[in-house]
Design a protein around this ligand. Structure first.
Ligand code: AKG
Ligand code: FE2
Length: 329
């Protein structure tokens, strides 16, 4: 056991009025539309990131350097006018909002925005909204069932380092669940931790990625891979409750044990309007509670984007754009 965890998960930083006004002004200066020319949009966002108030620069950069708390929330940000919540993710209403432009600028402080062909039609910003047909699926559009714990793109070597969710309209019942790798190691015996560091789990490719590509260069089943890796005092975790299986019954039992720890020890945050969450996809696994949408335009409206620390890693898969082609995922 490595002792109690003292860091709040997630850390919440309330932006003051002056900082909020400065960010709103930066968002106004980010005129490009993300879908017209994604690399130009990202370059403009990165240039504006130099003018973010220093306290927020420090918070975002510190989180990027040492993401052990797993998640950071900036609260009290201006949203600008918020459109009606659509009933699917193909309308791309979020990317036009002021809050999402602020999210883009902050994301470019943390690393580099990156998109995936199979996620939201390859757009940098994806509307995460409850959809009636997807209500019971294991996708971000679900609501009637709990979205089980996962690493974003556990199966892919090109998975994002961070993901971000900007909340335009909240739902107090929709709780984003978080469990850090350190919570896992703190709850297990040393021999169990050592076993989690062995390559004993295989992971299937997510359904949406399979739909987007006829053939994957890395095949349909990935691994065997370890669940934990990295330094003892700063472990990394890759896990997917839905898509990952142990290579034998003992490995499966250990995976089930981690899921029990998640159900017992997970922290949660219900995103509220004006909040931007950054989540460290190497150090924390996440999920979401079920909630009850009304499908009347007033449901939860969250905009998701992904960040990589090293754009070169995916250069071969992006063809000069910011979108990773599915067959490389
Ligand atoms: O909606 C949430 O809070 C989490 C959804 C999720 O896991 C995702 O979009 O990656
Ligand atoms: Fe997710």
């Amino acid at each position: 056991m490595s002792g109690a965890i003292t860091v709040d998960v997630p850390a919440v930083l309330a932006v003051d009025e002056h900082e909020a006004r400065q960010l709103a002004e930066l968002a106004r200066r980010l005129r490009d539309r993300p879908r017209d020319d994604p690399p130009a949009f990202c370059a403009a966002a990165a240039a504006l990131a130099g003018n973010v108030p220093p306290r927020l620069v420090d918070a975002v950069r510190d989180f990027g350097r040492d993401g052990r708390s797993g998640a950071l929330v900036l609260a009290g940000l201006p949203t600008g006018p918020v459109p009606c919540t659509p009933d699917g993710h193909d309308r791309h209403v979020g990317e036009r909002c002021q809050l999402v432009r602020i999210q883009a600028i902050l994301a470019e402080l943390l690393g580099h925005l990156i998109a995936y062909e199979a996620e939201g039609e390859g757009a940098l910003f994806q509307d995460i909204v409850p959809s009636r047909p997807a209500a019971r699926t294991q996708t971000s559009l679900s609501s009637a069932v709990e979205l089980e714990l996962h690493t974003e793109q556990a199966f892919s070597a090109l998975r994002p380092d961070h993901l971000s969710m900007a909340c335009l309209r909240g739902d107090p019942d929709a709780r984003t669940y978080l469990l850090t790798a350190r919570q896992v190691t703190a709850a297990l015996r040393p021999d169990e931790v050592a076993e989690l560091r062995l390559p004993r789990w295989v992971t299937q490719v997510d359904e949406s990625f399979r739909a987007a590509s006829a053939r994957f260069l890395d095949g349909d089943v990935r691994g065997p891979m370890p669940i934990l890796s990295g330094p003892d005092d700063d472990p990394r975790i890759v896990l997917d409750q839905d898509l990952m299986r142990g290579v034998d019954p003992a490995a499966q039992r250990l995976l089930d044990r981690v899921i029990e720890i998640y159900l017992r020890d997970r922290r949660h945050h219900a995103l509220a309007a004006g909040e931007v969450l950054f989540l460290d996809n190497q150090r924390v696994v996440h999920g979401r509670s079920a909630f009850r949408p009304r499908f009347d335009g007033t449901d939860r409206l969250v905009v998701r984007c992904f960040v990589t620390r090293d754009l070169r890693q995916s250069q071969h898969a992006r063809d000069g754009s910011r979108t990773v082609a599915s067959r490389f995922s």
